[in-house]
Ligand binder design. Structure first.
Ligand SMILES: Nc1nc2c(ncn2[C@@H]2O[C@H](COP(=O)(O)OP(=O)(O)OP(=O)(O)O)[C@@H](O)[C@H]2O)c(=O)[nH]1
Ligand SMILES: [Mg+2]
Length: 199
């Protein structure tokens, strides 16, 4: 194993490299089928959008480095391993191993389908059941470009975010609205969380 990798593992995922903090994290992206989990990640990593619905089979793991500044204004690189988890029920039995060891979670719903909104709590409860209480999380209201079809309005989103005690973003994987801010905010949150908890 190369020395660098050994360092990464020994030092609880945190290494200082040329004065820069580097972090490797696992983030699970969860929510009902077709809410846009894969689309948000594809928009973020390749600036592309696929109109056709291609359901994720099991899990799709994507690694993406995100450059952020910590509270003191120091540059840091957060290497995120996104675990884009299938929303389809036939993969539910795989949730336990997929959720294991996550450092943060992104909870996604589709603003045009109420059931996906009410199911956010079920996804969150499953994550808690599998030992993920206390990790950073973000609530995502996706597909806000479909203005005329919106069923979940801001006060409802705000209410759920308050209940889950997490921030929320309204996004569109189609237009790209808020996609970059969402992932950068999460990377910053992770960095702060790790810096706080590793002391
Ligand atoms: N209009 C619009 N369509 C979107 C948006 N995000 C995703 N879609 C469409 O919604 C469908 C489902 O998107 P996916 O990203 O595959 O959904 P998913 O949550 O990964 O679904 P599973 O992998 O089955 O869990 C696709 O047809 C996308 O083109 C969006 O922001 N706006
Ligand atoms: Mg998918």
């Amino acid at each position: 194993m190369p020395e660098n990798n050994a360092n990464i593992i020994d030092d609880k995922e945190k290494i200082i490299f040329k004065g820069k903090t580097e972090l490797i994290t696992k983030i699970i992206v969860i929510g009902d089928p077709a809410v846009g989990k894969t689309s948000l990640l594809t928009k973020f990593t390749s600036n592309k959008f696929e109109k056709k619905y291609l359901p994720t089979v099991g899990v799709n793991i994507v690694k993406e480095p995100v450059e952020v500044q910590d509270r003191k204004g120091k540059n840091a690189l957060v290497n995120i391993m996104f675990w884009d988890i299938a929303g389809q029920p036939q993969f539910y039995m795989l949730h336990k191993p997929y959720f294991k060891g996550a450092d943060a979670m992104i909870l996604v719903f589709d603003v045009t389908r109420s059931s996906t909104f009410s199911n956010v709590k079920n996804w969150h409860n499953t994550a808690i059941k599998y030992g993920l209480s206390g990790i950073p999380k973000i609530l995502i209201a996706n597909k806000i470009d479909l203005e005329k079809k919106i069923k979940i309005i801001v006060p409802m989103i705000q209410h759920l975010a308050d209940e889950l005690n997490c921030p929320y973003f309204e996004t569109s994987a189609l237009t790209g609205k808020n996609v970059k801010p969402l992932f950068e905010s999460l990377a910053r949150k992770l960095l702060e969380f790790k810096q706080r908890t590793s002391k």
